[in-house]
Write a protein that binds this ligand. Structure first.
Ligand code: SF4
Length: 308
């Protein structure tokens, strides 16, 4: 797999010189990153293309706003253990991803020096001290960036804590780097069931490769749910969402959440009014099987709110 980390590497595809120069300025603050696989899904190198729009830096990212509106940083004494709910703990596995999605809630982490969470002793101590935590979510960055041995070690630690009953992994790798799934399967099946939350936003992301990765996860004993973000100019239409949801369900993936885009600095141009999200969900509920329709949710500093 090749990972592009500079706009110049894909510069020859971009015809508009002004857009290219702007992107080079934006990447100084919010770096560019994309796999050759995900880039191959771009049909038109312009902001009207739903894949291009998710990966290409835009001048609109240099807006005002908070970088951490939900107060994740400092929620526990350990920078990689995030606690926003009484019964759940989020483990920040790494700040590395295969792709930098321009709408990312944690884009503030892209500028940090690369890190990998390896303080398994601290995790064990925290979980023992807080038996009210039943659910551990391994997130990032993209945890699938890490080797299978990392998962084995972490899942062994979590598996020793009797009060933890659910383990989830949030990964975009089936969408942007399906080949990164293969080497995790053996370990994950040893610790099954491990719930996978993936993140498809557009039907064009569901390809032969991504379907293969999803089916191999399911066969390994990992149920797969999908969390999408409602994104302006990408999936804020009934037809696009309908195709996305039905394609996911037909692959064995349950559409779980449709999130309103978080009010994070550098993402305002992706935000869709909540009223528009509600009307889309209403129509989807009316016209699709209940299994295909996700919860519509808005994240707030006090936790997730499911609407209506
Ligand atoms: S893969 Fe996830 S964490 Fe990484 S940039 Fe995309 S949305 Fe953010």
């Amino acid at each position: 797999m090749k990972i592009y980390t500079k706009i110049m590497e894909i510069g020859s595809f971009i015809k508009d010189e002004k857009i290219l120069r702007e992107a080079e300025r934006v990447e100084q603050i919010y770096p560019f990153r994309c796999t050759d696989y995900y880039l191959s899904l771009v049909e038109e190198f312009s902001s009207s293309d739903p894949i291009f729009r998710q990966i290409f830096p835009s001048f609109s990212e240099l807006d005002e706003g908070e970088e951490d509106p939900f107060g994740e940083d400092g929620s526990t004494e350990h920078p990689c253990l995030i606690r926003r709910y009484k019964d759940r703990l989020l483990v920040l596995s790494t700040n590395q991803c295969f792709v930098h999605c321009r709408f990312c809630t944690r884009k503030r982490k892209w500028r940090d020096a690369p890190f990998v969470f390896e303080d398994f002793g601290a995790l064990e101590r925290y979980l023992k001290k807080h038996p009210e935590i039943q659910d551990v979510l391994i997130s990032g960055g993209d945890p699938f960036w890490l080797p299978a041995s990392w998962f084995d070690e972490l899942l062994k630690v979590v598996g020793k804590i009797g009060s933890v009953r659910i383990v989830r992994i949030g990964t975009r790798s089936p969408v942007v780097a399906p080949e990164a799934v293969e080497d995790k399967l053996k370990v994950l099946s040893r610790h099954a069931p491990v719930w996978i939350n993936t993140h498809f936003n557009h039907p064009k992301e569901i390809t032969g490769e991504s379907r293969k990765a999803l089916l191999s996860l399911i066969k390994s004993g990992c149920p797969v749910n999908n969390q999408s973000v409602l994104l302006k100019g990408i999936n804020d239409s009934y037809e696009v969402l309908k195709e996305l949801l039905i394609s996911l369900l037909s692959t064995g993936v349950r559409p779980y959440y449709l999130f309103s885009c978080d009010p994070v600095r550098g993402t305002a141009h992706f935000r869709v009014p909540v009223e528009r999200g509600l009307s889309l969900i209403k129509r989807l509920r009316k016209e699709l099987s209940g299994m295909a329709v996700p919860h519509f949710a808005v994240d707030t500093p006090h936790g997730k709110r499911i609407l209506p």
